[in-house]
Ligand binder design. Structure first.
Ligand SMILES: [Zn+2]
Length: 50
């Protein structure tokens, strides 16, 4: 079963707030291993129906 958080890619791309040199908050897109499946792309737990 594919991970419902990353659609099986094992990665997700959240946006993180970052304050630049002039104090302006900008949003940076970052790549991280999916927290829902620890980067495997597979759904581990049987709670997908929730
Ligand atoms: Zn995932």
């Amino acid at each position: 079963m594919e991970c419902r958080f990353c659609s099986g890619t094992g990665w997700w791309r959240p946006e993180r707030p970052h304050r630049d040199g002039s104090g302006v908050i900008v949003w940076l897109r970052v790549d991280e291993p999916c927290r829902g499946c620890a980067g495997t792309g597979k759904e581990h737990s049987p709670v997908a129906a929730l």
